[in-house]
Design a protein around this ligand. Structure first.
Ligand code: BES
Ligand code: MN
Ligand code: MN
Length: 462
């Protein structure tokens, strides 16, 4: 593939400007005000796939946002790779913390990104990452050197739980049949420490409501005499962790697999600098479950976090009031073998059981998904490892991440294939946060690496 680097060098300005056009579309799946934009993004992706030489592209309607599906069959004797990604993005708020508007992409340089980084919502998660696959495809079809059959499936509801994609996958098992699934929607340790993600955490996302008196009350006239839903909610949430920061929900840890000392020692070899970690976040100490390192806490251990909490008066000045209701959104990150529906049920009954007299509690389930771990002794992992070695000049480190892509476990269940998580983002990309960005170096490196994955996967499949 002598011409690959040349091709990228010659076309990089266009690769960047095409991505910038896609990033201008505010495809926020969580907010129905942007419904038309989400659909527009699907159409843009479909066109990009066609332009890159994908022979057969469809926009598959669902009861939510469409799935962009593409197929390119080279030879039935060759292996088939299914590429998955998502064109929807997280809401950009709080807007005032963005240095440039989230859907007006700009390129800025800093010490981590001497070649510049594109700042926009979705730059790294996941538009910039799946678009690398479309540009890698463009190169391979232009040179007529595609060594695998390809299927593309780019959805628009990943950030809201992929419910319609689950239905689509279950209904289209033959159409989606493949030898391996390839996803770029995760990160690497650093640009000079490439890694391949070998595990994802599961997720259970809940909302709770604590209901006190039938109306907001004067906090002087009634204060001290009735349960204050906000006080109670805080007390209940505080009790969900013990003094060692372990989760107190009965049965929560029953299915959690403890790693062997060997596995933990292996994990501890991944480069990690605690001082840099703290200083990047402006914190003077890390915090978490007793007995585990930072990298263990955020990957192989389950967690429970409040994502939002509200109730009462939060406007300007002071209002003396006891609110009638208090609310919180609570997520639990899970590890393989913990079943998200079962954990959601455990949470629900426990949370209801700890409510004191004087309040009512409502618990609702949002979305969730199972965790995933993949072994590294399969040809998919080996192909990714060789590809990264070729373009980075270093063997990648296997690493379990704390994030979730719930559909991956379903792929394994329904399509019976392994997923290779070959992502090129960095933790510092600020995904889901203000000022999300994606390094241009990472973008181009991804485009360079992907064709080698196909090459080695085809060779190793023989
Ligand atoms: N791409 C992320 C997941 C991710 C990012 C994994 C970086 C590892 C490293 C994905 O888009 C995401 O945000 N997933 C959600 C779950 C979903 C159900 C909303 C998450 O992890 O919060
Ligand atoms: Mn993503
Ligand atoms: Mn995301």
């Amino acid at each position: 593939m002598d011409s690959l680097k040349n091709y990228i060098e010659t076309n990089k300005e266009r690769f960047i400007s095409e991505l910038i056009e896609l990033l201008k579309i505010p495809s926020i799946s969580a907010d129905s005000a942007f419904a038309q934009d989400v659909v527009d993004a699907a159409q843009t992706v479909a066109k990009a796939l066609e332009n890159a030489g994908c022979a057969h592209v469809e926009i598959c309607e669902t009861s939510g946002y469409p799935i962009v599906y593409g197929e390119l069959n080279v030879d039935p004797a060759l292996p088939t790779v299914l590429v998955y990604g998502h064109y929807d993005v997280q809401p950009p708020d709080p807007l005032e913390l963005w240095e440039s508007p989230p859907f007006e992409p700009v390129i800025k340089k800093d010490s981590l990104h001497p070649d510049g980084a594109i700042y926009a919502r979705g730059a790294s998660d996941d538009k910039g990452q799946f678009y690398m696959h479309i540009k890698a495809l463009e190169y391979m079809t232009a040179q007529n050197i595609l060594p695998c059959n390809l299927k593309f499936m780019i959805e628009g509801e990943e950030e809201v739980g992929s419910n319609n994609l689950s239905t689509f996958v279950k209904a289209n098992r033959e159409k989606l049949a493949n030898d391996v699934i390839l996803i770029s929607d995760t990160g690497m340790i650093a640009n000079d420490v490439p890694s391949i993600t070998t595990g994802l955490r599961g997720l259970s996302y809940m909302e709770v409501e604590v209901i006190g008196p039938n109306r907001d009350l004067h906090s002087g006239l009634y204060g001290g005499a009735v349960a204050n839903p906000i006080n109670i909610l805080i007390k209940m949430i505080s009790s969900l962790h013990d003094e060692n920061n372990r989760i107190t929900i009965p049965g929560f840890y029953d299915k959690v697999e403890d790693l062997s000392e060997e596995e933990r020692a292996e994990m501890a070899k991944a480069p990690f600098n605690l001082e840099e970690y703290k200083s990047a976040l402006d914190i003077d100490a890390v915090y978490g479950e007793k007995g585990y390192s930072t990298n263990e806490r955020n990957s192989i251990r389950p967690t429970l976090d409040v994502n939002g909490i509200w109730g009462g008066y939060t406007g300007e000045g002071a209002k003396t009031v006891i609110a009638s209701k208090a609310y919180a959104k609570i997520s639990m990150r899970l590890v393989p073998h913990q079943d998200w529906e079962e954990i959601s049920d455990l949470f629900t009954s426990h949370f209801k059981s700890i409510a004191p007299e004087g309040v009512k509690v409502k618990v609702t389930k949002h979305h969730g998904g199972q965790g995933y771990v993949t072994p590294i002794d399969n040809i998919g992992y080996r192909a990714a490892s060789k590809a990264i070695e070729t373009t980075f000049g270093k063997t990648p480190v296997p690493q379990r991440t704390g994030g979730s892509i719930p559909i991956v476990a379903l792929f394994e269940e329904e399509l019976e294939s392994k997923t290779i998580l070959m992502g090129f983002g960095l933790d510092s990309n600020a995904i889901h946060s203000p000022n999300e960005h994606y390094g241009i170096w990472n973008y181009l490196k991804g485009i360079e690496t992907i064709p080698y994955f196909y090459k080695y996967f085809a060779e190793l499949s023989q």
